[in-house]
Design a protein around this ligand. Structure first.
Ligand code: UGA
Length: 480
């Protein structure tokens, strides 16, 4: 089928390449000429595992091209996918629909024949109906352009996999013809048994915001439990494991820590709340305000814990932040919790260095005032405190003994509850994590055992204190 994909960000570029991979003739469109040039040359404009491969193959097959021209798009497509961003409006919680509207305004007057416009962007419920009226005004005489909504559920970091093998497809349609067209687009997925839910556009639009709201609520629920655990001297990771064994609850998205960020969850729950208020049902989703507040609080709690661990004053203290992106396996720093903490520490006078395997260039663009690089040892050299804020696998694989030789003080905050803390403590690190007791509050048997072993091995070692004497001898001369 002849498809266009309008908007080639994390969602659109992957959708375009994957649609070409399943045999469609795809034209990708974006207003950003640099992005079009990069994609045409097979260079992904962002980091997404597996995307470069699918892009290269799709370009080589001749099934994928890119352009900046909506006129060209209008001539090419029998189905037009709208994949542009719907960010939060400045000064409001609502979604900014100007990019979606601009696509419709730019495309529809050029449409030569009847076709289907399929929205994939996350939008306020009622958007399909609103656009249908708008399109009727813009289309040439005799050209009927129908609108359907087909929300996208892909996760950054797994975008290719989620597009080619989605856990479900949702089609919000107003006619059997539109439904049939979408079934043809996704035929290989349907043959592979992917559930296909055909419904009205309002329900389809709502499925997306409801899904993201549920995920955000699950994360904030466990982070609220982490706050209670901190007050009660309990361990939120064990709590989450125990809850997760109940298959009605499930363990996924119950990882307590610094909370959620990115270009989707935070703005989507706010936009949903704003839209519910417009619909007169604000109280029904008012809990999302608490979800948002709990989420924001994990950032301030992490900054407060950092301040506490360095004795109250951050001025001039050397901090290393591990991770700049909002999640691992992405270079996306939009509303990154890690960067929010790093910025707050910097503003309070700390000397912050940030490491990220893929996100350093974007972090520097967003925050030129911060020092951010992709060499781990350079970032950690001379640190008085290391904050683990985005759980890249590289950090889980770090050798805490070796790292202790590089930093000035082996002190760690695990803001993602993802590191093997017993190993870090056994290597002489003082470790704290939100929602988990400090050793003096009630060390687990395993931790206590390891600490004891470390103490016995090196009589000068202080449990939970600075580097052991043995390790101190092994430390290289400090450079800063
Ligand atoms: C999210 C949804 O998961 C996708 O289904 C949806 O398609 C997408 O938004 C979207 O609307 O486009 P994504 O933003 O890629 O996907 O990221 P998630 O994997 O959902 O993670 C969001 C944030 O939650 C990250 O900052 C992550 O670190 C945090 N998180 C996740 C936790 O703090 N705890 C968890 O247990 C899980």
């Amino acid at each position: 089928m002849r498809l266009t994909v309008i908007g080639t960000g994390y969602l659109g570029a992957v959708h375009a390449a994957c649609m070409a991979a399943i045999g469609h003739d795809v034209l990708g469109i974006d207003v950003d000429i640099k992005k079009i040039k990069a994609l045409t040359e097979g260079r992904p404009p962002f980091y997404e595992p597996g995307f470069d491969d699918v892009l290269t193959k799709a370009l080589a097959s001749g099934c994928l091209r890119f352009t900046a021209s909506l006129r060209e798009a209008a001539a090419h497509g029998e189905v037009h996918f709208i994949c542009v961003g719907t960010p939060q409006q400045a000064g409001s919680q609502a979604a900014d629909m100007r990019y979606v509207d601009a696509v419709v305004d730019g495309l529809v007057p050029h449409l030569p024949a009847p076709c289907l416009l399929v929205g994939k962007s996350t939008v306020p419920v009622g958007t399909t109906a609103r656009l249908t009226t708008r399109i009727a005004r813009l289309a040439s005489a005799g050209v009927r352009a129908e609108v359907a909504w087909n929300p996208e559920f892909l996760r950054e970091g797994f975008a290719v996999e989620d597009t080619l093998r989605p856990d479900r497809l949702v089609a919000g349609v107003t006619s059997p013809e539109a439904d049939e067209t979408l079934r043809r687009v996704y035929a290989p997925m349907l043959e592979a048994g992917v559930p296909y839910i055909s419904t009205d556009p309002n329900t389809a639009e709502l499925v997306k915001v409801a899904a993201n709201s549920f995920l955000a609520t699950k994360i904030s629920f466990i982070n609220a439990m982490a706050e209670v655990c901190d007050a009660a001297g309990a361990d939120v990771t064990t709590l989450a494991d125990a809850l997760g064994h109940d298959t009605r609850i499930g363990r996924r998205f119950l990882n307590a820590g610094l909370g959620f960020g990115g270009g989707c969850l935070p703005k989507d729950i706010r936009a949903f709340n704003a839209r519910a208020q417009e619909l007169g049902v604000g109280p029904a989703v008012a809990f999302l305000e608490h979800v948002d507040e709990i989420n924001e609080r994990q950032r301030t709690r992490t900054v407060a814990l950092t301040r506490q661990m360095v004795g109250g004053d951050l001025t001039g203290r050397r901090m290393t932040v591990l991770g700049a992106t909002f999640k691992p396996n992405s270079d996306d720093v939009r509303d990154s919790p890690a960067l929010a903490v790093a910025t707050a520490l910097h503003r309070q006078g700390a000397d912050v260095r940030i490491h990220d395997p893929e996100g350093a260039p974007n972090a520097r663009l967003a925050h030129p005032e911060l020092r951010c690089g992709s060499d781990l040892l350079t970032a950690c050299q001379g640190a008085e405190l290391v904050l683990h804020l985005t759980e890249w696998v590289q950090y889980r694989e770090l050798d805490p003994v070796k790292l202790a030789r590089v930093v000035r003080e082996p002190v760690l905050i695990d803001g993602r509850n993802a590191l093997p803390l017993d190993d870090w403590r056994a290597a002489g690190w003082t470790v704290r994590a939100l929602g988990r007791p400090a050793p003096s509050d009630g060390t687990s048997a395993a931790q206590a055992g390891r600490l004891l072993r470390a103490t016995i091995a090196s009589p000068a070692a202080k449990p939970g204190g600075g580097p052991t004497a043995a390790m101190a001898q092994a430390l290289p001369t400090r450079t800063s």
